[in-house]
Design a protein around this ligand. Structure first.
Ligand SMILES: Nc1nc2c(ncn2[C@@H]2O[C@H](COP(=O)(O)OP(=O)(O)O)[C@@H](O)[C@H]2O)c(=O)[nH]1
Ligand SMILES: [Mg+2]
Length: 336
């Protein structure tokens, strides 16, 4: 299927309406839309990839929106164009996305050099993350050279965002250092930069938190690689900033650029992108296979009983899995 030419041209020109339309198309669940979206992605892929992809996370109220606005305005002043996307699987249930409250970024959202897109309300984290990844490629083809993916510091969304970005930033509050146990270890493992935000509120507390977090980052960082595939090769750096006064925000960007430059010179930047691209493909294959497996009539017939047997401890999970896989393979063999 050929890609819609007008839509393609619009996206390549950086036309915001075309961009929004393209992203809406790839968020659609309709099969014909999906085919058009795939054709579009295929055609745009050669123009995608030329951006810096930054993940930003933190608990609600940590200052993500304020920080992204301050950073975004600074980037625009330096000649960049940035897209802000969100991964928020809770947005459907809570009735509002983390980016829906645009008043928080009103100075940024009026700028032509910025494109802000709320989280898709597709439901599962996997679905939301997949659409955000694709939206990222479309934004890159539209000429945005910095893509920020924002996520809330709850659930597994941080790992999903770390798996689609070049660098992952965790925003912390100055008092978080007193409650280090509250920082999920998995998150520390994927963080490249930890920023103690709101340092203006209590500079001494911010400095204390920075030191404690740096010690924690060092401890986690030194044993991260074997445990988390997306763990950075360098221990996380810990900085402090105030998104409100904008103090330290430029310093964060400089740390991001320096870290990325080191990663590029080691080849780690490209290696991470390659790993992410193939992992994304395998995720999609696994998801597609599982859906096909569950929909298969031979499997469907046997599934409820075997699930009950496994749950009741009467059949070993591995035995049940093998039986179901054999049924599936058998049915496919018969059909072929
Ligand atoms: N004092 C101070 N307040 C901040 C700072 N950053 C954000 N805030 C405030 O904290 C509140 C939550 O910020 P917001 O950006 O919406 O947080 P988000 O939920 O992580 O997106 C808002 O009232 C902001 O004005 C900061 O650096 N210093
Ligand atoms: Mg926010």
């Amino acid at each position: 299927m050929p890609a819609d030419q007008a839509l393609l041209d619009g996206v390549r020109r950086g036309d915001r309406r075309a961009l929004a339309k393209a992203i809406t198309l790839l968020e659609s669940t309709r099969a014909d839309h999906r085919r058009r979206a795939d054709a579009l992605l295929d055609a745009l892929l050669p123009q995608a990839g030329r951006s810096v992809r930054i993940g930003i996370s933190g608990v609600p109220g940590a200052g993500k929106s304020t920080f992204i606005e301050a950073l975004g305005l600074l980037l625009i002043a330096r000649g960049h164009r940035l897209a802000v996307l969100a991964v928020d699987p809770s947005s459907k249930r809570s009735g509002g996305s983390i980016l829906a409250d645009k008043t928080r970024m009103e100075r940024l959202s009026v700028r032509d050099e910025a494109y802000i897109r709320p989280s898709p309300t597709a439901g599962t984290l996997g679905g939301v993350a997949e659409h955000t990844r694709e939206a990222m490629l479309v934004c890159e083809a539209a000429g945005f050279d910095v893509v920020i993916v924002e996520t809330v510091g709850v659930g597994q969304s941080e790992t999903a965002v770390a798996a689609m970005t070049d660098l992952f930033v965790l925003l912390q509050l100055p008092n978080a250092g007193d409650e280090l146990q509250a920082i999920k270890r998995g998150v520390m493992e994927v963080a490249d930069l930890v920023v103690v935000n709101k340092a203006d509120l209590d500079p001494a507390a911010a400095t204390r938190a920075q030191a404690q977090l740096a010690a924690a980052a060092h401890a986690y960082g030194s044993r991260a690689p074997s445990e988390a595939p997306d763990a950075p090769a360098e221990a996380a750096q810990v900085l402090q900033a105030s998104a409100l006064t904008e103090a330290g925000v430029a310093g964060v960007w400089e740390a991001i650029e320096a870290r990325l430059a080191r990663a590029r010179s080691r080849g780690a930047f490209e290696a991470r992108r390659r790993r992410q691209a193939t992992a994304w493909m395998w995720d999609m294959i696994a998801g597609g296979l599982q859906a096909a497996f569950r929909a298969d009539s031979a499997v469907k017939g046997a599934l409820p009983k075997l699930v009950a047997e496994v749950a009741g401890g009467r059949v070993a999970p591995s035995v049940a899995a093998r039986q179901l896989l054999e049924r599936w393979a058998g049915a496919r063999g018969a059909a072929a």
